[in-house]
Design a protein around this ligand. Sequence first.
Ligand SMILES: Nc1nc2c(ncn2[C@@H]2O[C@H](COP(=O)(O)OP(=O)(O)OP(=O)(O)O)[C@@H](O)[C@H]2O)c(=O)[nH]1
Ligand SMILES: [Mg+2]
Length: 371
Amino acid sequence: MFSFIKKKLGWGQDSTSTPAPSAPAAEAPAAVPTVAPSPVATSAAPSAVAAAPAPASATAPAPADAAPRRSWLDKLRAGLRKTGSSIAQVFTGTQIDDALYEELEEALLMADAGPSATEHLLQDLKRRVKEAKATDPAQVKGLLMDAITELLQPLEGSLQVGAQTPTVIMVAGVNGAGKTTTIGKLTRHLSDANQRVLLAAADTFRAAAREQLLVWADRNQVEIVSQEGGDPAAVTFDAVQAGKARHCDVVIADTAGRLATQLHLMDELRKVKRVIGKAMDSAPHEVLLVVDGNTGQNALSQVKAFDEALGLTGLIVTKLDGTAKGGVLAAIALWSRQRHAPVPVYFIGVGEKLEDLQTFQAREFAQALLS
Ligand SMILES: Nc1nc2c(ncn2[C@@H]2O[C@H](COP(=O)(O)OP(=O)(O)OP(=O)(O)O)[C@@H](O)[C@H]2O)c(=O)[nH]1
Ligand SMILES: [Mg+2]
């Protein structure tokens, strides 16, 4: 038996006393605190769903923007400091010589950049040093920041919703990567942007997983489709149908964690994707992979494997506040360059709070990596 839990959009309302009205799509949540710049771009025009730089928020006042963004940057910096200090230390000497490049190679490898991206960055840096006729290691550090920024830039992109109604987003990843938490945060951002969201609890594997998503749905006062011990594809199909019938703006499907090597589970994920397409032509519009930044080079293997199975449209890299060293973004960027189209990193996660989900910006990330 499917359970539909319909909530009126609105933050901080008593959910137990809230009846289950059909909330009109345009109904705005009352007094919802906003975190800006909004990580989600919404579009009413039926244009192509594409990664594009986030538009500046015209409504959010600048001081309100600055505080959360700064605290997020501080967290990212703190998280990457281990790496940052070791890369930054390479430039404390007085000479630009082979020893400097050797130390840098080691530091980049230690930062999880992997052999290919490390080699790419070293070659690019040497070219920049030559062109700039640099003589001071501090100058070389600035040039490395430019090289990292340029490599990471194609990964910038903002999630677009609104081109299709509903925009159907499927979320996948290995166990514990941060899928459900990220969906919760994302749902809140979408609700803040007056988007009507419906969640599909397609992680039917564990009762606890369903409950976890129910808690997020309750917090965000959004609708959820879940089924006890059911087939994930059936739950998702039903959610997309419900999303269409109720004129939802966005349907997000949470899936159970799995390793790419668990072939039957990867088949199950393919089936979920196929069935979404049966429920709505052109869907899913986004297939997102959530990767834990702490997993180092393994994150790149996950990206490759899930992309091969599902055809990814975007990435979310979580836990960059932990022991993550951040260099894996360079490895992903290099891989993405060689792919037919880049896979944007829509968000990075630097903690468990709502404001800890932020858009990815190449230069900020490069600065945090080297600060
Ligand atoms: N420090 C930190 N913790 C995070 C972040 N994102 C998620 N977490 C935590 O990671 C743990 C796992 O998160 P979930 O959202 O349950 O992960 P999941 O991918 O849904 O896990 P499964 O459904 O079991 O595969 C939780 O304790 C989250 O609070 C982040 O950016 N930073
Ligand atoms: Mg989960």
